[in-house]
Design a binder for this molecule. Structure first.
Ligand SMILES: *Cc1c(COP(=O)(O)O)cnc(C)c1O
Length: 377
C-alpha cells in the first residue's frame, strides 16, 4: 500500500467483533483474568491497552519498524528512550535538537552519569570526529528546530552502525508520511505526536518505534515500568489525527512554500529558512531523504524591534508554542522553545532575537500573507 492509504487502513480499521469503522476507546485500567493460571495480552492498562495497541501498531507500520510504543508526551517518549542507556554512556546529539531534549540530557541524565555532547550533524565529518570510545548513541533531528538545518540521515546512520551506536531520530517535523528514518538505517524513531500526527492542537502525546523486536522489548520494559503511557482517550485522538495526515501535510506544505517565497521578497526580512528554497544549503540532501519540505519554516527580521512588533501585530497566526495543528502558529524560540539554552549557544547557532518560527496551518495562503504583511509593515 502507498503511504496515504496506509494512514487510513492501519490493520485496525474494521473491528471484527462489532464491524465498527471507528476505533473503540477502551477506557479501563484493568482486565479480569479468565483463568488464574494463564497470562493474558491485556491485564492492566499500564502494560497494554487495546486502544493504545492500535496506535502503537499503526505507528510501527508507518515507520516500518518492528515495534511501536505510545507515551504521554513526546518528552515522555524521548526520556524513556534515553532510559535505554546507563551510567558511563555517552550520547552524541545534534546541536540544534528540540530544546526539551537538550535540557534533559544536560540536567537529569547528566546527574545520573550519562554524558552528552552537541555536534553539528549537518556535517557528517564532524559526527565522525565526535564519536568517542564510550559513545553509545547518536541522536538526530532533521530538519532541525528552529533553523531547519538538514542532516544527511543515510551518511550519519552509516557512521552510527559502523561504530555500533544506537541511532535515534526525532521525526516530529517530517512525520512518517514524509520521511522514514528506519529505512535509512535508524534504530529508533521518536515523535511528539502532539504536533502533526495529532494535528489539531488538542492532545499531548508521544511515540517511539524500534527497528528490531529486541530493542522493542527493552523499550517495552521501560514503558511498562516507568509508566509514562497515554490514556486511551488521548491515544484515540492521535489515531484519528493520523488518518488525515496526508491531506493536512500536503495542504500545509504547499502554503509553507508560498509563504517562504513571499517572505524572501519582504524588505524587513533578513533571511528565510525552508528546505524547499533554492538557496537552502541542505535542499538536495533533504529531497533525497524526504518526500516533501514540510510545514515548518523560520525567518529573521532585520531588527529585534521588527520581530517584537510582528508578535504584537500578527492576528491570524496564533502566538504560541507548539506546531503541527490546523491553525498557523508563530513562535519566538528565544522566549519559548530555546529559553533554557545558554545565550552563548543560542548566538553560536544563530537562534537570535530576530528569529521567528512559523508552523504553517491550513488557512488560505492569501489570508496568512495579508496577516504577515501587516505584522511586518
Ligand atoms: C514538541 C516536540 C518535542 C516534545 O514533545 P511534547 O509532546 O511537547 O512532550 C520533541 N521534539 C520535537 C521536535 C518537538 O517539536
Amino acid at each position: 500500500m502507498n503511504r496515504g492509504t496506509l494512514l487510513i487502513h492501519n490493520g485496525h480499521d474494521r473491528d471484527p467483533a462489532t464491524g465498527a469503522l471507528g476505533t473503540t476507546i477502551y477506557q479501563t485500567s484493568t482486565f479480569y483474568r479468565k483463568k488464574i493460571t494463564e497470562m493474558q495480552e491485556f491485564d492492566y492498562s499500564r502494560g497494554a491497552n487495546p486502544t493504545r495497541k492500535v496506535l502503537e501498531e499503526t505507528i510501527a507500520a508507518l515507520e516500518g519498524g518492528a515495534k511501536g510504543y505510545a507515551f504521554g508526551s513526546g518528552m515522555a517518549a524521548i526520556s524513556s528512550v534515553i532510559g535505554l542507556f546507563a551510567t558511563g554512556d555517552h550520547i552524541l546529539a545534534a546541536e540544534d535538537i528540540y530544546g526539551g531534549s537538550r535540557y534533559i540530557m544536560d540536567t537529569f541524565y547528566r546527574r545520573w552519569g550519562l554524558s552528552s555532547t552537541a555536534v553539528d550533524t549537518s556535517d557528517p565529518d564532524a559526527v565522525r570526529r565526535a564519536i568517542r570510545p564510550d559513545t553509545k548513541a547518536l541522536y538526530l533531528e532533521t530538519p532541525s528546530n528552529p533553523l531547519l538545518k538538514i542532516t544527511d540521515l543515510a551518511a550519519c546512520l552509516d557512521l552510527a552502525r559502523e561504530a555500533n551506536l544506537i541511532s535515534i531520530v526525532d521525526n516530529t517535523f517530517m512525520t512518517s508520511y514524509l520521511q522514514q528514518p528506519i529505512a535509512l538505517g535508524a534504530d529508533i524513531v521518536v515523535h511528539s505526536a502532539t504536533k502533526f500526527l495529532g494535528g489539531h492542537s488538542d492532545v499531548i502525546s508521544g511515540l517511539a518505534v524500534t527497528r528490531t523486536e529486541e530493542l522493542g522489548q527493552r523499550l517495552y520494559q521501560i514503558q511498562n515500568s516507568f509508566g509514562a503511557v497515554p490514556g486511551p482517550w488521548d491515544g484515540w485522538l492521535v489515531i484519528r489525527g493520523i488518518k488525515t495526515l496526508k491531506v493536512r501535510m500536503d495542504a500545509a506544505q504547499k502554503t509553507a512554500r508560498r509563504l517562504a517565497e513571499w517572505l524572501l521578497t519582504h524588505k524587513n526580512v533578513a533571511a528565510v529558512f525552508y528546505p524547499a528554497l533554492e538557496g537552502h544549503p541542505g535542499r538536495r540532501i533533504h529531497e533525497s531523504q524526504a518526500s516533501g519540505a514540510g510545514a515548518m519554516l523560520s525567518f529573521k527580521t532585520k531588527t529585534t524591534e521588527q520581530a517584537l512588533r510582528f508578535f504584537d501585530r500578527v492576528t491570524l497566526a496564533a502566538t504560541a508554542p507548539s506546531l503541527g495543528g490546523v491553525e498557523t502558529i508563530a513562535s519566538y524560540p528565544v522566549k519559548m522553545s530555546h529559553i533554557n539554552m545558554p545565550v552563548e549557544d543560542r548566538e553560536r547557532l544563530g537562534i537570535t532575537d530576530t528569529l521567528i518560527r512559523i508552523a504553517v496551518g491550513l488557512e488560505d495562503a492569501e489570508d496568512l500573507i495579508a496577516d504577515f504583511d501587516e505584522a511586518l509593515a
